[in-house]
Design a protein around this ligand. Structure first.
Ligand SMILES: Cc1ncc(COP(=O)(O)O)c(C=O)c1O
Length: 412
């Protein structure tokens, strides 16, 4: 988003004009930003075979999936429902990777039935997979390397106390099961968390997996998951994708030589591809002065954007309607009936009732984590593609709130 002649624009599109046409609260996504990020990632790996599988859970609107499909990449899904959405978007089953955690075996069987490659992340299901499919279906194994990656404890998945993956210390047991059942392991997977601050975690993870990989005879790929850190505010540490790409490329070359064949390297970026492409537009309902704070109460809240309350995440906020107003300090809060802070101690150009604020980095884990808590409607979503805007999801109505409820007639 840029400020041009006192108007905020995405490409050639006047953002406040979108508000007039679609109302608020409104999620707006910019495909040009997604494309820049995708190309950045692709160009960081020269001379090795990489595959990118967009993590659907970050933002699962079918149009976003179709955009990525058009770019020639695959997807990673964590539930059978995400798998159905990806199939509906047009992905071939073989371009989808199913990486579930703590699902019933029936969900894994369903994915196999659909022809979708599966990642197993516990010993019990590895055994069940072997008993059920033996060597008829190739399998990927998610390894927990016991590395501490991930910005917030809730999104750290590779440490010893984490529920994810099969411990690197259990590889001997894994090999016993593979041998006994003649399982065909075609991939290994590692994902240590989201918002990884230290890029060395990726390299350390690679070292551990490359070491373990030597004991698997016929690997076709190694999936390094994701966790690439994006900037949420000025001065934030970010993953230097180009530099990481260079170092990973060297490590992959060395591994391939030792392994005796070339394996594909996969990544599953979610946040990296879509976070910065999203803008969440909300309206100031109230400006309220208390003895300690000036609150701006907006027509949204943690029901639409839970990351600040869930992870203590920082999302930059801009007053779009008053770009030259005097700057003042505010707490921007939502309308949910509990503490519902979207941004504390924010210096914003003076906010007046009716002003439109943009909450930035709203592409990843924002709409996809939205709910109807407090019986509020989920927002509409708009996609900007090649300087045209498209409504890609309507705002909820009372019908969605009541859908599925069965009104009993026993309390008359
Ligand atoms: C298995 C797996 N792959 C990929 C991702 C995407 O991570 P990110 O959004 O940090 O890129 C996640 C998210 O936690 C994940 O659990």
């Amino acid at each position: 988003m840029i400020l041009k002649n006192d108007k905020y624009q995405i490409g050639e599109i006047d953002v406040l004009n979108l508000v007039e046409r679609y109302g608020t609260p409104l999620y707006v996504y910019d495909t040009s930003k997604m494309l820049v990020k995708l190309q950045l990632m692709q160009s960081a790996y020269q001379g090795i075979a990489i595959k990118i599988k967009y993590a659907v859970k970050a933002l699962s609107n079918i149009n976003v999936l179709q955009f990525f499909k058009q770019q020639g990449i695959g997807v990673d899904v964590v539930s059978i429902q995400e798998a159905y959405i990806a199939l509906k978007a047009g992905f071939a089953a073989t371009d989808i990777m199913f990486t579930p955690n703590c699902v019933g075996f029936d969900e894994i069987e369903k994915a196999v039935e659909l022809g979708i490659p599966v990642n197993v992340d516990n010993i019990a299901q590895l055994e069940e997979f072997g008993n059920t499919f033996a060597n008829t279906i190739p399998l990927c194994i998610r390894v927990n390397p016991h590395l501490n990656g991930g910005g917030n404890s809730k999104i750290q998945t590779g440490h010893i106390d984490s529920k994810f993956g099969i411990s690197i210390l259990q590889m001997r047991h894994v090999h016993r099961i593979i041998k006994a059942n003649n399982i065909n392991v075609h991939g290994l997977h590692v994902h240590t968390g989201s918002d990884i601050l230290d890029a060395n975690v990726f390299l350390k993870g690679a070292e551990i997996i490359f070491d373990a990989a030597q004991d698997f005879e016929d690997l076709h790929f190694i999936d390094f998951g994701s966790g690439f850190k994006v900037p949420y505010k000025k001065g934030d540490i970010v993953t230097d994708i180009a530099q990481l790409g260079k170092k990973m490329t060297e490590a992959v070359h060395a591994f391939n030589q030792q392994y005796g064949k070339e394996v594909e390297i996969w990544f599953e970026p979610g946040k990296f591809l879509v976070s910065e492409a999203g803008h969440f537009l909300v309206k100031a309902n109230i400006v309220k002065q208390t003895p300690a704070t000036t609150f701006v109460g907006v027509n949204s809240g943690l029901n639409h954007l839970i990351r600040p309350m869930m992870y203590g995440a920082y999302h930059h906020i801009i007053n779009l309607s008053n770009p030259n107003g005097q700057q003042r300090i505010y707490d921007v809060v939502g309308y949910i009936c509990e503490t519902d802070t979207l941004g504390a101690n924010r210096k914003l150009h003076e906010v007046r009732v009716g002003d439109i604020l943009s909450i930035e980095n709203a592409g990843a884990y924002c709409y996809s984590m939205a709910s109807t808590y407090n019986s509020r409607y989920r927002p509409a979503e708009v996609l900007i593609h090649q300087d045209k805007d498209y409504l890609i999801r309507e705002r909820d109505t009372m019908d969605e709130l009541l859908k599925g409820q069965i009104s009993l007639s026993i309390f008359d």
